[in-house]
Write a protein that binds this ligand. Structure first.
Ligand SMILES: *[C@@H]1O[C@H](CO)[C@@H](O)[C@H](O)[C@H]1NC(C)=O
Ligand SMILES: *[C@@H]1O[C@H](CO)[C@@H](O)[C@H](O)[C@H]1NC(C)=O
Ligand SMILES: *[C@@H]1O[C@H](CO)[C@@H](O)[C@H](O)[C@H]1NC(C)=O
Ligand SMILES: *[C@@H]1O[C@H](CO)[C@@H](O)[C@H](O)[C@H]1NC(C)=O
Ligand SMILES: *[C@@H]1O[C@H](CO)[C@@H](O)[C@H](O)[C@H]1NC(C)=O
Ligand SMILES: *[C@@H]1O[C@H](CO)[C@@H](O)[C@H](O)[C@H]1NC(C)=O
Ligand SMILES: *[C@@H]1O[C@H](CO)[C@@H](O)[C@H](O)[C@H]1NC(C)=O
Ligand SMILES: *[C@@H]1O[C@H](CO)[C@@H](O)[C@H](O)[C@H]1NC(C)=O
Ligand SMILES: *[C@@H]1O[C@H](CO)[C@@H](O)[C@H](O)[C@H]1NC(C)=O
Length: 306
């Protein structure tokens, strides 16, 4: 049993060594961008007609649709190419002779997140593998500019707490959310952070911060895309206390003026009513006196010709 065990271990070490020897690179692409999968076997004056270059998906579960691109004796042979890569792959023809077999993958989508393997064989030597490289393609999408809302006063809280909300979306991978008190650049803990995924794999993020209200709050919400080394932030700065006070004063003054205006109008209406009444009385009394006088005038009129 023992020797066999050791043999297995040696075999495993051998495999591991082979895996380490294989060049592996990681690249990050944004959705919809073109990605260059690199495979550089630095040799000059290569005879392309004696070479076979395969680009394939390395992941073992991917058996049915694994051929990404193939170059046989200097000719592209994409008869076995997986349909997902049709018209989306290009070799750099001017660099092939210098041993650069890098592949340009157009319009990268979520489905392209794979480990790709480039295998170069020498067809004159029993198809011996003379070079291979692996490329891990990861995807990233920038988050949208975060939107910060608040502060909203909490009804039920005793200590005058306020709530801020921050949201951003359509990014990949999952973000980190930071709340920062800009007064002293200290980090604040979110009371709740929710990350929701879309069908297309991207995420939306909603975060809530609850804190004690202070006199000059300066709050920043920052959405970090670690893969892209990108931080997008939105901030809130409370208006100066004095300005809000003067606003209140202005409001008070405004209300005062309004009240004065109303009182003035009522006063003028009263005055006008009084005046009208007085005029009416005078007119009535004139009428009375006119009536009183009229018969006399008539009399007089009648009298005078007589
Ligand atoms: C990707 O490559 C294609 C073809 O070369 C080009 O038309 C397109 O503008 C490129 N897209 C980006 C995002 O660079
Ligand atoms: C890129 O791929 C997406 C699907 O993944 C497709 O909807 C879009 O039309 C493609 N864009 C171009 C320029 O081919
Ligand atoms: C391919 O194999 C032949 C025969 O062994 C050898 O002469 C040639 O140099 C090899 N080519 C490369 C690129 O290794
Ligand atoms: C605050 O009070 C209003 C009305 O009184 C109510 O509609 C609202 O849901 C309350 N908000 C919270 C967070 O309790
Ligand atoms: C930063 O300031 C807040 C008050 O605005 C205070 O509660 C907090 O303890 C301070 N943090 C540090 C690290 O000084
Ligand atoms: C934030 O949470 C971490 C761990 O959850 C804790 O160690 C830290 O003290 C908290 N900070 C504040 C300001 O509450
Ligand atoms: C993903 O889906 C969401 C919601 O359907 C959409 O708003 C967003 O633009 C999509 N993102 C990409 C990169 O296609
Ligand atoms: C993003 O901001 C946070 C909080 O300020 C910081 O810890 C992190 O290092 C920043 N990341 C990048 C990529 O700048
Ligand atoms: C806060 O955000 C505004 C725009 O929303 C920006 O003009 C200002 O520079 C930001 N302040 C800080 C301290 O980041």
């Amino acid at each position: 049993m023992k020797p066999r065990g050791y043999g297995f271990l040696l075999l495993l070490l051998h495999i591991l060594k082979a895996a380490i020897a294989l060049e592996q690179t990681n690249i990050i692409s944004k959705l919809g961008d073109n990605a260059t999968l690199s495979c550089i076997f630095n040799r000059n004056n290569l005879q392309l007609k004696n070479l076979r270059v395969y680009w394939q998906i390395a992941d073992s579960y991917q058996k049915t649709c694994s051929v990404v691109h193939a170059l046989m004796s200097g000719q592209e042979d994409n008869s076995k190419q997986c349909i997902l890569f049709k018209d989306r792959t290009q070799l750099f023809w001017d660099r092939l002779e210098h041993g650069d077999f890098s592949l340009l993958l157009l319009n990268v989508s979520q489905r392209d997140r794979n480990t790709y393997k480039c295998i170069v064989q020498n067809t004159t030597e029993y198809s011996k593998v003379i070079y291979q490289a692996e490329v891990v393609l990861s995807l990233a999408v920038s988050y949208s500019q975060p939107i910060l809302s608040g502060p909203i006063k909490n009804n039920d809280s005793t200590e005058g707490e306020v709530t801020f909300n921050c949201r951003s979306g359509n990014g990949y991978p999952k973000p980190n959310v930071y709340w920062i008190n800009k007064v002293n650049n200290s980090q604040l803990n979110a009371s709740k952070t929710e990350i929701i995924s879309h069908k297309n794999g991207t995420f939306n993020v909603f975060s809530t911060l609850t804190m004690k209200a202070t006199s000059n709050m300066q709050i920043e919400c920052s959405i970090e895309n670690e893969m892209l080394q990108e931080n997008l932030s939105a901030n809130y700065t409370q208006l100066k206390k004095s300005s809000t006070e003067s606003d209140e004063n202005l409001e008070k003054k405004g209300r005062g003026a309004q009240a004065a205006g109303i009182i003035g109008i009522v006063f003028v209406i009263g005055l006008l009513t009084g005046l009208i009444c007085w005029l009416w009385r005078r007119r009535s009394s004139n009428l009375v006196s006119y009536k009183d006088v009229k018969p006399r005038e008539d009399q007089g009129g009648l009298n005078s010709p007589v």
